[in-house]
Design a protein around this ligand. Sequence first.
Ligand code: G4P
Length: 526
Amino acid sequence: MTDLAREVGRRRTFAIISHPDAGKTTLTEKLLYFSGAIQNAGTVKGKKGGKFATSDWMDIEKQRGISVASSVMQFDYRDHVVNLLDTPGHQDFSEDTYRVLTAVDSALMVIDAAKGVEAQTIKLLNVCRLRNTPIITLMNKLDREVRDSLELLDEVESVLEIRCAPITWPIGMGKTFRGVYSILTDTVLLFTPGKGPLDEVEIIEGLNNPRLDELFPLEIENTRMELELVRGASHPFVLEEFLSGDLTPVFFGSAINNFGIREILNALVDWAPSPGDANATVRTISPTEEKFSAFVFKIQANMDPKHRDRIAFLRVCSGEFTRGMKFRHLRLNREIAANSVVTFMAQGREQVEEAYAGDIIGLPNHGNIQIGDSFSEGELLAFTGIPYFAPEMFRIVRIKNPLKIKQLQKGLQQLGEEGAVQVFKPLNGSDLILGAVGVLQFEVVASRLANEYGVEAVFESTTIYTARWVSCEDAKMLDDFEGQLVNNLGRDAANSLAYLATSRVNLQLTQERWPKIVFHATREHA
Ligand code: G4P
């Protein structure tokens, strides 16, 4: 095996998907703690070992404070290099989250076992399904009164349409939570809250071990009965089915009590895939090709308030990145010397010395990089599959001081490229239109326009209901379409043409009237 193949083979790049409050932040800390990346849990994010309160999201500087520490975390575990990509928790930033999921090879789905499958989990899982991303599931908070385990599996299977293979099974719950039975190894792991990674944990061999009847006769009897049912009703773990995204291994645990963390890390290393092939316009790129290539899945502005730069997050797709190397920015066809590229460790950012497929590197820039851009040392290629989603909310932007129009345009252009908001320039020359997936995005944009560009903008409601990017094989037809519907068309930050519909009916009628024009609900990078 070559060194490159060895490096790729030991990488695991994943994200946690969950509904807010299911325990993502807690689990992130515990994964870092059990891998040895941090000395005790509670150091990753400020404020009593928890996360920032939701209200702090309004405080934009603080919001970036979170991101600095947590956008990407790299740590070692069992001779593997694990990249954990954070997904913005607030549902208003879901568009950003969707794109983060294009940069991972697997996902860890955390479900609050008291609540079951929740709205945000459904959305995120659907995005994973677009790429058949393998999913590992953790049913969290077993130390609380939770729902019946079989019912939870049933809900995952029916709502999320993915088969469940329980790997562990809980013994009791809430006040009588005793531990988990490992179906694969026929052992019982006793629940002892708060054990650290180096502490010994008691393991009892065999489900029928009489010691279990001595310790908790009621709960173990119940578990034995449940397991009879489970064996008939659930699916055995088959690695290929997991890798194709059809089956999810399910673990039960309690993140806050450090219980079930090691099992998740082991599953990631043992079962989750190392970086695979990446699709590009010309051909498929293998991670072990010698020439370096990467794509941008996220851009974040001014992460460090001391440096007014923007960081483009690149997922390496092939080859080896080394500090100071040169590669091409393919859209601009310009060479870049990567001297100040950063990597993201558990405790902050550091200079990258080398990186391989699956790793995330950060490239500081001054606004000439867009989401979806590709970089390569070799041939011209463009990675595909990095989506923009049609916004669901719209606002017209006006400014208080007309002399600031240049700053407004510049600010919105940059925020649009970053994917913070979508900006449409109406073809008829009227005021710029902003499109977002969540309303909070508008507030973030207003605040950033004021702080970073010195522009006070006012957002007003519009009659626009939805946007669809349009394309047509027949250029003349597209010209006619543009000419006739100039009042309903705009161009986004990447200059792609979009139809701005005033209602569902309006969209439908237009589609019927123009059958050769294709209306897209998502746009890939141009
Ligand atoms: P999120 O990032 O998915 O939004 O969830 P987070 O980890 O912040 O967890 C949400 C709440 O659930 C937190 O409580 C956290 O302590 C709690 N939690 C996480 N894992 C477990 C678990 O295994 N068992 C129990 N009982 N609770 C768990 P909070 O009171 O909202 O916040 P905090 O003040 O404790 O930080």
